[in-house]
Design a protein around this ligand. Structure first.
Ligand code: ATP
Length: 234
């Protein structure tokens, strides 16, 4: 089990945002957490990456206690986050943004990986010298995913990749995420869009403000009447 989160609690200035969450992400699979706005999904990812410090709980990755490691050390042992809202550097080119994704690497493979990434994302290759801020929303999401891949992750963590995208672009992003997974990268993904996320999921968790309230395979949750009613407007 590469990622095991136990009783995770996160607070901001004394106000509790994550109230004791338990979940696991299995090796080679796509695990998703769905939940409405503000239930603490992004905070969980920030806790895993070391961007915020949990007030309680444990986060283990391949048996290593992540809470003892710095954020950049977590990246160098295989975790990479594609953050909410993409967070690109708008005045830097596509290529410069991608190169930043490799900041924690000390190996000599960065140049050839950049070549491979441009091969995988031809649309970005054509726009490698264009400023990231001038790309469409969908293209920016591709840069954010490609930048996260430049860290050579074993576990790729995605925060709302469908956010703000047109349906056709969502389909492209979903197919890229499935492809990355098929090539051996474990995926942890959080989404408000339950329909999209559950279709991709090998295993999924449903979260509300109190914590995880349901779990099962993507298909089981897609068939769950309560999940359909609350999260899919059915
Ligand atoms: P969304 O889908 O809207 O991003 P979310 O489920 O990812 O929501 P979080 O962003 O983790 O939720 O936020 C959970 C709660 O923590 C919210 O009430 C939010 O206002 C609060 N919160 C998040 N970041 C901070 C911060 N830096 N300082 C204070 N409160 C914060």
């Amino acid at each position: 089990m590469p990622l095991k989160v136990t009783n995770l609690k996160i607070a901001y200035k004394g106000i509790q945002a994550v109230h004791g969450v338990d979940f696991q992400a299995e090796d080679g699979k796509i695990t998703v957490i769905i939940g409405s706005n503000g239930v603490g999904k992004t905070s969980i990812l920030k806790g895993i990456m070391g961007i915020v410090k949990p007030t309680a709980g444990e986060i283990e990755y391949n048996g290593v206690d992540l809470l003892k490691l710095s954020s950049s050390k977590r990246t160098s042992i295989g975790l990479s986050l594609c953050p909410e809202g993409r967070q690109l550097f708008p005045n830097m080119t596509v290529q410069e943004n991608l190169e930043l994704g490799a900041y924690a690497r000390s190996d000599k493979g960065v140049k050839s990986d950049l070549h491979d990434i441009f091969h995988k994302f031809p649309r970005l290759s054509e726009r490698r010298s264009q400023k990231a801020g001038t790309l469409s929303g969908g293209e920016q999401e591709l840069v954010a995913i490609a930048r996260a891949l430049m860290a050579k992750p074993k576990l790729l963590i995605l925060d709302e990749p469908s956010w703000g995208l047109a349906p056709i672009m969502i389909d492209e992003v979903v197919s890229i995420i499935k492809d990355i997974n098929a090539q051996g990268t474990t995926i942890l993904l959080i989404e408000q869009n339950a329909n999209i996320a559950l279709r991709m999921a090998d295993y999924a968790y449903v979260m509300d403000v109190s914590g995880i309230v349901a779990e099962g395979t993507g298909q089981q949750l897609l068939n769950d009447e309560k999940v359909r009613e609350v999260y899919m407007g059915a």
